[in-house]
Design a protein around this ligand. Structure first.
Ligand code: GLU
Length: 423
């Protein structure tokens, strides 16, 4: 991946970054210190050691976390990430961002996140299942449909969620469907959940194109990341007639100034496991991808990609954040200055948790919706949130991330304030 020498002033700790973003909103909202102190830190943090019997008989121990940032608006909600970079501060930041995301799109959840510090590529399927089941058992003391509901995130998927749901259910003695979202369809998952994050991003992107009067065929798109968000977004936008000029994965990227044949790239990825080596394009690095000439840039991989070092070289008119935390506060200042139209992560990637909400509701009611119903409701909720943010941008001249935070933090603060401090 990209490597940078960070200037000393720029925080690369995601939690420091998340707190900076919160402080900015709290200042503008003139939040009283009593509320500010509560929302600045996570409500609960659980750190677990996860022993796993490996295929060769050795027992390895991995570090796992589940952090609940806020429960003021409802049960905590957030994904589970498997990645070597997972640490307590990353999970704290991701949990806080979930609180703002759920509040911004106005679904009745607080925010949480979990993760295990592991590179899942080094594990067999059996090892991955044992890791997931033990991690699920360890965090089960704070998980449940009324308390905290996990979902997929980076390097976890519907199978991971099936193992988690099954493990929690075995411990409780009966199936607890609504304790986990992002499950496979035939065990209580929701239609449209897999594509939901990409689909949500595309709904708000199309609204942005209308606002900026950009026509789809003239809108070149560069996408960093080719996983659940980046890969699905590439396919859907390609089908909508936008030229996808670049895509990448953790190994590197591809560039074609007139647009890639996404179906062909997908076939190549299925065959080789990476976009690398696809012949009908120029190979580029992940760092180069961000700076390409294009109208739309979609970071859909790791955080901390757009920094004070490269922000001024971002040519895209629209930055549509599929990843969580791809842009540092220092980069935000530069993007604001140069007038980049930013769709912030808490809005851009909220489609996933919106359909998770639908899955939770369907699981509790044991009554399941059609894909059409899911997508129509997703569009309604995310497009409303987009226009709510745009209204604050227009009326108060704020940067879009700040506008989104003002709406979201206000809602969480109101809930926390009204509920009061116990005892
Ligand atoms: N991991 C996704 C996110 O960051 C989805 C979370 C969820 O559905 O609970 O928003």
């Amino acid at each position: 991946m990209m490597s940078h020498i960070a200037p000393p002033t720029e925080p690369r700790n995601p939690f420091v970054m998340a707190q900076q973003q919160f402080d900015l909103a709290a200042d503008l909202l003139e939040l009283p210190n009593s509320i500010r102190r509560r929302l600045r830190v996570p409500r609960r943090e659980l750190k677990v050691a996860v022993p796993v019997r490996m295929d060769d008989g050795e027992v390895m121990v991995y570090e796992g976390y589940r952090v609940q940032h806020s429960l003021a608006r409802g049960p905590a909600k957030g994904g589970i990430r498997y990645h070597p970079d997972v640490d307590i501060d990353t999970v704290r930041a991701l949990a806080m961002w979930m609180s703002w995301k759920c509040a911004l799109v106005n679904i009745p959840f607080g925010g949480s996140k979990g993760g295990v510090a592991v590179d899942p590529r080094g594990l067999s399927l059996g090892e991955l299942e044992r890791l997931t089941r033990r991690y699920a058992a360890e965090i089960s003391i704070i998980i449940g449909p009324e308390s905290d509901i996990p979902a997929p995130d980076m390097n976890t998927n519907a199978q991971t969620m099936a193992w988690m749901m099954d493990t929690l259910s075995i411990h409780r003695g009966h199936t607890v469907r609504a304790a986990v979202t992002g499950k496979p369809l035939h065990i209580g998952g929701s239609e449209g959940r897999v594509e939901a994050t990409a689909r949500g991003l595309i709904y708000v992107l199309h609204e942005s194109l209308k606002l900026l009067e950009l026509s789809p065929p003239a809108t070149r798109v560069a996408i960093q990341g080719f996983g659940n968000v980046g890969g699905n977004a590439a396919r859907m936008l390609h089908n909508d007639g936008l030229p996808i000029v670049a895509v990448s994965d953790m190994y590197g990227g591809l560039y074609h100034p007139r647009g890639l044949d996404i179906a062909a790239v997908q076939v190549h990825v299925q065959r080789t496991g990476s976009v690398i080596g696809y012949r009908e394009a120029e190979p580029i690095s992940n760092a180069e991808l961000l700076e390409l000439p294009c109208e739309v840039l979609i970071p859909a991989a790791l955080g901390n990609q757009i920094t004070s070092e490269n922000a001024h070289r971002i040519h895209a008119r629209i930055l549509a954040e599929g990843a969580n935390g791809p842009t540092t506060p220092e980069a935000d200042a530069i993007l604001q200055e140069q007038g980049t139209f930013v769709i912030p992560d808490v809005l851009g990637n909220a489609g996933g948790v919106i359909v998770s909400y639908f899955e939770w509701v369907q699981g509790l009611q044991e009554y399941f919706w059609s894909e059409q119903e899911v997508n129509t409701n997703l569009e309604r909720i995310i497009v409303k949130a987009f226009h709510d943010v745009m209204r604050v941008v227009a009326e108060q001249q704020h940067y879009a991330r700040t506008a989104a935070y003002l709406l979201a933090v206000r809602r969480v603060a109101d809930a926390a304030e009204t509920r009061g401090v116990y005892p």
